[in-house]
Design a protein around this ligand. Structure first.
Ligand SMILES: O=c1ccn([C@H]2C[C@H](O)[C@@H](COP(=O)(O)O)O2)c(=O)[nH]1
Length: 311
């Protein structure tokens, strides 16, 4: 078992990438050969929204925010995610919905709003050890040919020291493409519940039974490691960012980007739309006003489009 413990998402995530630097045996998997580190546990104490920033990683900030808003609205529709990542349809059986959709399972699918139930339980019994959100179900075992079986299987909440701790249980985790987005989306659920309970947001624990890196992504990770430290001392966006995403979640997911209330979110999505049309960096005009987001945008532009905002 590997442990990655820290007070900064970017630095802790970076230490997990570094763990793939040493001779781990290559194993086969459903979707290609990978290096499997086996069980791993992250435990992060931070006041950020959970999105790691590593220069050169080229994380898709537009997708990350779309996914978190999509989960918050309890949707299982493919379209919002496909709007950002064209190829996302490969995870859908009917080209309309996603079988494993996390938000749909958390809020709707089982006829229980599990977030509200957890809030009720912890308000009534602050010492409860029964506040559990289930994502994976027995039904999934009967449907293993699905293109989208949930990887994060349950979320556990406990109030300790007047803080809301969360433990995410994960069965299978892609360290490169899965972990950063998984941190961010479940951090929103932790934030929302802690806000409703009026307690501080606490530890973010994330256990996986398989932390792996696909062979095809190994050179990119090796490059990040060769390049050295996390730029900007591990940039963090404050967790209050979720307040803005929650307010605008329907506009984000509904693609009504001109109507987004938050200035920085409206800038992000309308600029993105313009960029898709004109493929020119000028679409991100005014970026200096939104520095934290601009670091992500710039890294995405540099990594995937070979252009820069010159921050
Ligand atoms: O939220 C998710 C969803 C998927 N994956 C990755 C883990 C695996 O690499 C792959 C799913 O493949 P199976 O474990 O289902 O074969 O996607 C994640 O890391 N997080």
């Amino acid at each position: 078992m590997e442990y990655f413990i820290g007070d900064n998402y970017s630095k802790t995530y970076y230490s997990a990438l570094k763990a793939f630097n040493s001779g781990i045996a290559l194993t086969e998997s459903r979707v290609g050969d990978c290096y499997d580190l086996s069980t791993a546990m992250f435990s992060i104490s931070s006041l950020s929204c959970g999105l790691p920033f590593i220069k050169g990683r080229g994380l898709n900030i537009f997708f990350a925010i779309m996914e978190v808003a999509w989960i918050y609205t309890g949707s299982n529709e493919l379209k919002p995610l496909q709007t950002i990542i064209d190829s996302y349809g490969k995870y859908s059986e009917d080209s309309i919905s996603l079988y494993g959709a996390y938000g749909y399972r958390i809020f709707n699918k089982f006829g229980v709003n599990q977030v509200e139930k957890v809030i009720e339980e912890l308000l009534e019994n602050p010492y409860s050890r029964r506040a559990v959100i289930s994502i994976y179900t027995a039904e999934d075992l009967n449907n293993l040919t699905s293109l989208d079986i949930p990887c994060n299987i349950s979320l556990l909440f406990k109030i300790r020291n007047n803080q809301l701790d969360m433990t995410v249980l994960n069965r299978s985790n892609d360290v490169y493409k899965g972990v950063p987005y998984n941190f961010f989306v479940f951090r929103l659920i932790q934030f929302y519940i802690s806000r409703e309970l009026n307690v501080k947001v606490g530890l973010h624990n994330h256990f996986t039974d398989s932390l792996h890196l696909y062979k095809k992504d190994f050179p990119k990770v090796a490059n990040l490691i060769k390049q050295g430290e996390v730029i900007k001392g591990g940039l963090e966006i404050d967790i209050s960012f979720f307040d803005e995403i929650i307010v605008d979640s329907a506009n984000i997911v509904g693609l009504n980007w001109d109507s987004i209330n938050s200035k920085r979110l409206r800038w992000l999505f309308t600029s993105y739309k313009k960029f898709k049309e004109i493929k020119n960096v000028s679409s991100f005009e005014g970026h200096n006003e939104f520095l934290e987001l601009s670091w992500f945008v710039d890294d995405w532009l540099q990594t995937h489009h070979d252009i820069s905002l010159d921050l």
